[in-house]
Design a protein around this ligand. Structure first.
Ligand SMILES: [Zn+2]
Ligand SMILES: [Zn+2]
Length: 243
């Protein structure tokens, strides 16, 4: 794995230094305390879709109206600077060290895995060949050190769905229907999906649906960033995100 060696080389050049300001940063995340506090951490959010909650409400109106397919969904950040730039640099410029950075922050937030299974959201094979890596798998890797098992073969994206960023929530859902296949027996399992960004949740919901149909007992999702909910997005801040 060439990029792992690049990562080791990068850390050898900048041991214990902050990714943003180059100040001193303790392991395991290469960020100093000051820069870490300034990141766009997600405010209190709905436990099943990670949408920021209306004041004083324990659930969002959408999840109360329609039972969500995911048992839980957690996001670390708002899709805002500098995290949005990191995710784009990772996906479109191959900066794999940023997946390590984001994955370590995700791993630091989660409980010990004790062998729990993590499924990185798969890319379609054509997209995977173009990009050369799956960002969700790269973000999931640091979870291994917390005792999680990463299963990259369980699910495949059997249908190319194209860029989702210009589609509405409803057409995204249609676009994602039957996009995934489950390739092994998951009966009775508790599974954790990992991805870089959640926008409408259509991708995670589609994957959760096939895993449930295949017998999974529980499916939750952990994502690095949540784009603004639809009403805020319409006012012009971050629109959808291409995979
Ligand atoms: Zn710093
Ligand atoms: Zn919700």
């Amino acid at each position: 794995m060439v990029y792992n060696w690049l990562e080791i080389a990068r850390q050898a050049v900048f041991p214990g230094y902050c990714e943003l300001c180059r100040g001193k940063a303790p392991a395991p995340v290469p960020l100093c305390d000051g820069c870490r506090q300034e990141l766009p951490w997600l405010p209190p959010a709905c436990p099943t879709c990670a949408t920021p909650l209306p004041k004083g409400r324990p659930h969002c109106p959408r999840c109360l109206a329609h039972a969500p397919l995911l048992d839980a969904c957690q996001a670390l950040f708002d899709y805002a600077a500098p995290v949005d730039g990191w995710i784009r640099a990772l996906k479109f410029h191959g900066r794999l060290s940023l997946a390590t950075l984001l994955g370590r922050m995700l791993a630091a937030r989660m409980p010990d895995g004790n062998g729990a299974t993590v499924i990185p959201v798969p890319l379609h094979p054509v997209r995977l060949r173009q990009r050369g890596f799956n960002q969700a798998l790269e973000i999931a890797r640091p979870l291994k050190a917390r005792g999680y098992r990463i299963d990259n073969r369980c699910c495949v994206r059997s249908r190319a769905t194209g860029a989702q960023s210009r589609l509405t929530a409803a057409t995204r859902r249609e676009n994602m229907a039957d996009a995934f296949e489950v390739r092994r027996d998951v009966h009775g399992e508790r599974l954790i999906l990992v991805d870089d960004v959640v926008t409408t949740g259509a991708t995670l919901d589609a994957l959760a649906r096939v895993l449930r149909c295949a017998g999974a007992q529980r499916v939750e999702a952990w994502v690095v960033a949540r784009t603004p909910p639809p009403r805020r997005a319409q006012r012009g801040s971050g629109q959808g995100v291409d995979r």
